[in-house]
Design a binder for this molecule. Structure first.
Ligand SMILES: Nc1ncnc2c1ncn2[C@@H]1O[C@H](COP(=O)(O)OP(=O)(O)OP(=O)(O)O)[C@@H](O)[C@H]1O
Length: 255
């Protein structure tokens, strides 16, 4: 269970996230919605550790993550899909995914300097990387340099890297932003697949209400940094606070 308690951040006099307390259970996809500037990305940044909270706590399975660096939170099981800034752009797609698989297994699978075990580890890593590339429909691109990938394939690779890390929690911030009509369904399919694994917790920041309606088991609404609604999608979407605070500003997307 991922939990935030009174999570708060102030920028100068502005409270961007205001005492948000919420729990996210395994087997649940929660969509976080709200108008532009509501604090959704900032809330994500506080959970993943990109921003330091002014007050409040974050914990995963009872273990406090508050104060931990983002990398330590990743090791603890928080996985966030990021733009490809932390990739090796001149290595191939396969090599990048293999390195992510290796990073996850290092420490648990280290078996000393035995040539056979190094070789068989390498074979296992490549096999797992291969499996993930098939899952995200990137197998055809495995030998391409990451820097040469079109935008949609880069976003798929982000998901591939996330899967390689085997997190307990998957965090997606507008995963289909900037994608064309052919690319977006691939990412949404991947999220649907991840949902099948009932041990995973999925958080999704998403503006497109049709996507939210289809994927979310639960919706929470942020408005001016405050949690203003939380519940079943149909109920939350129909609530006056959402109609007014959110759908009112993006009726086109909600239609
Ligand atoms: N580093 C920062 N310094 C100062 N203010 C910030 C910073 N990051 C975010 N903010 C402010 O915090 C508020 C919340 O921003 P945030 O990006 O989290 O909103 P959002 O709900 O994700 O919006 P959008 O839907 O447009 O992505 C905004 O008023 C924003 O200007």
């Amino acid at each position: 269970m991922l939990e935030t308690r009174d999570l708060t951040i102030r920028f100068g006099g502005h409270v961007a996230v205001n005492a948000v307390s919420c729990s996210f259970a395994p087997g649940t996809l929660t969509a976080i919605v709200g108008p532009n500037g509501a604090g959704k990305t900032t809330y994500f940044n506080l959970i993943s550790g990109q921003l330091k909270a002014s007050a409040g706590t974050v914990s995963l399975d009872g273990r406090s993550l508050t104060g931990m660096a983002p990398s330590a939170r990743t090791r603890a099981g928080l996985g966030r899909a990021f733009q490809l800034t932390n990739l090796f752009p001149h290595l191939t797609v396969l090599e990048n995914v293999r390195l992510a698989v290796q990073a996850t297994r290092d420490g648990t699978h280290r078996r000393g300097l035995k040539l056979w075990s190094i070789w068989s580890d390498h074979r296992d890593l490549v096999a797992r990387a291969d499996e993930i590339l098939t899952q995200v429909a990137l197998k055809a691109r495995e030998h391409d340099a990451v820097a040469s990938l079109p935008h949609g394939d880069q976003r798929k690779l982000e998901v591939a890297l996330l899967i390689a890390l085997e997190p307990k929690v998957f965090m997606f911030d507008e995963p289909t932003a900037g994608m064309n009509a052919a690319e977006a369904p691939v990412i949404l399919d991947l999220i649907r697949q991840l949902k099948q694994d009932r041990s995973k917790t999925i958080l999704l920041v998403e503006h497109k209400m049709d996507v939210v309606r289809e994927l979310a088991d639960r919706i929470i609404v942020l408005h001016n940094g405050t949690l203003v609604a939380d519940g079943e999608p149909a109920e939350v979407i129909a609530s006056p606070v959402v109609q007014e605070a959110y759908l009112g500003v993006s009726t086109k997307e909600a239609a």
